[in-house]
Write a protein that binds this ligand. Structure first.
Ligand code: GMT
Length: 378
């Protein structure tokens, strides 16, 4: 199949999922065309089956807002015609499903029928998309998609609750390439560079937005380090990072916290981590938690959104109500203080991650694509 993938190219779960999906499909022999405004951050290697087409938005001083959707839909039309693309897969409803639908209509006008799959990732539904300024356009473009998928059951329910959506939504969870996450024989883990032998390593990875509750991460670690010799690895960039650095100073723990910035090698950081913290206000899925579990790292998380579908309470980690820093700290300390329990939770975390292996999830997308193309042709 020839598939066009539209996504946000930045550090963020939806872009990561879209990129990894495209790369795996390319490995399976499909021709993949990424169409976005800059090269996706995880698209390091271009292979013969992977193409990248940049969407340019000409700047014009008259426009207060440059019309990205317009440029994207025009680019989609051009690329579909040039490469005889069979299917559009847009990640994130805003504005990709909207632009995708416009492209579909323009192509239909020229006698080209192309199916569109829309994958909902979370923030497009729970945080941004249901703002009254966007809601009608988001409902419309979801309803006009030929196939709609969501990354968790919880997100599916949120979509029906928040929007006037009549289409079926198929849940296809996010995935992980387990063989890549565990290729440490070629890539040995350098734990000793980060912490002393007696210290535990606690990690948080995100884009440091408000929804991640970064202050909770710092407060949980503040409690942990009182009881267990430990270090905190903070990976990522975002608006809450400076405040977090300041809080660490105020609490006098700055020498125990390492801020890494964005990284494309999170597996190298996770391989020496003992515990992962994700106390988010909401997560439609929590890809970062899955990435940690795939490296055998148990997760202390909130119980909101799709997190309970990924992190199994009392097995791969622990769940708590949003903001319950006391319970999250107690759970973390009890795990880190009990070597046998920690060892077992590490095994359980990896075991849980195995059900999200890319090799199991990929056929679900492939089958959907074939069905969408078939119904489009029939
Ligand atoms: O969480 C973020 O800040 C990034 C965001 C995005 O839109 O890229 O992630 C969302 O999609 C990911 C991939 O499906 C999910 O794993 C995240 O849980 C989801 N984020 C939220 O729901 C807050």
């Amino acid at each position: 199949m020839k598939i066009a993938i539209v996504c946000y190219p930045t550090f963020g779960g939806s872009g990561v999922v879209a990129t990894e999906l495209g790369l795996e499909l390319a490995k399976r022999g499909h021709e993949i065309h990424f169409i976005t405004y800059s090269q996706p951050v995880r698209l390091a290697l271009l292979s013969p089956n992977v193409h990248y087409h940049e969407v340019h938005v000409p700047e014009y001083p008259l426009f207060h807002y440059q019309p990205y959707e317009l440029a994207l839909s025009s680019k989609l039309v051009d690329m579909v015609k040039l490469y005889q693309i069979d299917l559009l897969h847009v990640h994130y409803a805003i504005p990709h499903a909207y632009a995708g639908y416009m492209a579909k209509q323009m192509l239909a006008d020229e006698g080209i029928q192309i199916p569109m799959v829309t994958t909902l990732h979370g923030t497009d539904i729970t945080l941004v998309g249901n703002h009254p300024f966007y809601k009608p356009a988001v409902s419309f473009s979801i309803n006009k998609s030929d196939v709609v998928t969501s990354v968790s059951q919880s997100l599916k329910e949120d979509t029906y609750r928040l929007f006037d959506v009549t289409s079926d939504i198929i849940v296809i969870p996010n995935f992980i390439e387990l063989s890549k996450e565990n290729s440490f024989n070629d890539n040995p883990c350098h734990r000793s560079l980060m912490a002393a032998e007696n210290e535990m390593i606690v990690t948080h990875i995100s884009n440091f937005r408000k929804v991640k509750r970064i202050a909770d991460v710092v407060q949980i670690f503040f409690e942990i380090q009182k009881e267990v010799p430990s270090k905190l690895m903070m990976v990522g960039e975002g608006p809450e990072k400076e405040q977090a650095e300041y809080l660490c100073q105020q609490l006098g723990i700055q020498h125990k916290v390492i801020f890494f910035g964005n990284s494309n090698e999170i597996d190298k950081i996770l391989c020496f981590s003992d515990l992962f913290l994700l106390p988010s206000e909401t997560e439609s899925f929590g890809l970062a938690a899955l990435e940690a579990m795939a490296c055998g790292v148990p997760v202390i998380s909130s119980n909101s959104g799709g997190l309970p579908e990924v992190n199994k309470d009392g097995f791969s980690g622990y769940l708590s109500n949003v903001g319950d820093v006391t319970k999250m700290s107690q759970d973390a300390i009890s795990l880190l203080k009990d070597n046998a329990k920690l060892k077992q939770f590490k095994i359980n975390a990896l075991e849980t991650a195995k059900s999200y292996d890319i090799q199991q999830i990929m056929p679900l997308y492939e089958n959907l694509y074939y069905q969408a193309i078939q119904s489009n042709n029939g």
